[in-house]
Each structure stands twice: as structure tokens, then as C-alpha cells.
Ligand binder design. Sequence first.
Ligand code: ZN
Length: 339
Amino acid sequence: MFQTSIAGSLPKPAWLAETNKLWPQWQAQGAELQQAKADATLLWIKEQEDAGLDIIGDGEQARQHFVHGFVEHVEGIDFEHKVTMGIRNNRYDAQVPQVVAPLRLKGRVHAFEAQLARAHTKKKLKFTLPGPMTIVDTVADRFYGDKVKMAMAFAELLNQEALALQADGVDIIQFDEPAFNVYMKDAAEWGVKALEVAARGLTCTTAVHICYGYGIKANVDWKNTLGDEWRQYEEIFPALAASSIDQVSLECFHSHVPPHLMKLLAGKDVMVGVIDVASDAIETPEEIADTIGTALQFVAKDKLFPCTNCGLAPMSREVAVKKLQALAKGAALARERYK
Ligand code: ZN
């Protein structure tokens, strides 16, 4: 009951990449960089296990950014000539690569870190990929001229990599779709369908993570404009409930999401965000157990998985480790309280 995991990313150590940044520069190159990525992946597996988490991830140590880490391995994309584009409905500007030709995978994308992680933990392994709709929102299209067409093309490539990750021994494949919370109508109309294409044929557990973004200033400012009740999930959860995806990861603690919206996910596993990624304050076990208690009004015990609200990438390493420990302690208290 209450198996714990993180949404996905963890801070990169200072010897691997710049710290406290969403698009950090690597500190090394070539074989030295590859070794540093491997070392950081092992370090975070150990930290997650020591903290007592039940489901382990690679902490996304081998990719610069959760979207571009995948896109870098796709043919048909010009990474040399990045352009500035407003992303997430112009919430903030990003330097994005351009799609200039038909998309094709150059080869495996995440074999290195997935196989490394699999070899070094006996616990359940979760691996994250960006969702098709969020990728489409983080690249500039100079070729397809149609968002849905381009999303479906990316979904096919994601499916190819997801099937290979499953063969590597990954237990849970999670697609990250923060864009669902920005383009709710599109998400319900075609975003969920694209997600199902990405997950087609998978027999491992499938998940989608939908959040209000990392704890960076642009996101915090945006959240302040969303009012007292954040009802974005209301428009997309019915489509997800009707989909083939097994688990949904959502934001809860310190958000203005009405908790009863979780009822819309009847039948699904719900990864409930009990850790705030926009604050360095460490949650107490009591706070976490309280959040789990609130969620239990709307989610069955055996369907509730305590998780972080989003990735911990831009935070300090020290805070992230403490938040992992808090997550495990809070879930342990909830197991006692709600048995
Ligand atoms: Zn997130």
C-alpha cells in the first residue's frame, strides 16, 4: 500500500552539469561526460533506495532537459539553428530546435541509462519519456504544418523507444505531459490519443504525469494567475479515464487543485503529489499523511501512490535528498494511520 516514487527528474551534481538550471550545460564531454552521467545515475539510485522509496528512477541524469533529451536522438530536427519560441502558451521563452524533415529515430535513445539503472536496482524501475503533445510544444515546426500530424509522428517514435525500454526491463513507462494542463481542449481531443499511440503494445505499466511545471519563477508567476481553484484537470481526466493508460500522476500538495477532481480518474492508479517542488521547505510526515488522507476520500487505498508534484531537477541536491526521505517517512506514517 502507498508505494512511493518521484515524478522523474532529480538535481544534477555540480560535477555533471550546472546546478539550479532547467537547461544546464554539461561539465564534461565525450567519454568523460558519459562516465559522469553513469556515476550520477548510480548515486541517485542509491539515494532513492536509502531514502526508502519503493519505485526507483534514473533521475534523468543522462539528459539535459526532459524534452530535448529525447528530441536530440531524432533525425529531421535541426539542432544547430535553434530559435526562440514562447512555449506553454507563451508562458516563457525557450531556445528550441526546428523540425525540418520527416522524423525518424537515429537509434536507441535511453538504452545506456535504462540498462544501467536496471542492472543496479532490484526494486521496480520507472522510466520517463516526454509525451507527444509536450514535445510538439517544445520544438518549432518548419515541416509538418499540422500539430496533430507532427504529434502522431513523435508518438510513433516514442512507441519505438518505449517498447525497447520495456525489453530493457523497465516496469513502468511514464509520459510527461505538462502541456495537457495548458491546452486542455486539444489534450482531450487528440493529446490522449497521441499518448495511446506512444504506449501501444506495452504490457508493462503505463503512466502519464500532468503537472503545473517545475518550481521556476515563470511557472510560479503563472500559477498566481490561475485563481483559487485550478480546474484544468476537470477537462482532461475524463478522456484519460477512458484511455488505456494505467496511472496518472498529478499535483496536489500546496496546489489549488480541488481534490475531488481525482474522482474523475475512477479505475486508474493515481500518483498523488505530496511533495511541493516549488518550495525548499521539507514536508513533515504528518503533512504528507494528511495529503494522503485527503486523497483517500476520492481514491481507493490500493490505487494511491504518493509521489512528488513534479521533477526536482532545478532544486539543490541537499533539499532533494531530504524531500525523498520525507516522502518515504510520510508514506510509512500513512500506512500506519490508514491501515
Ligand atoms: Zn511535472
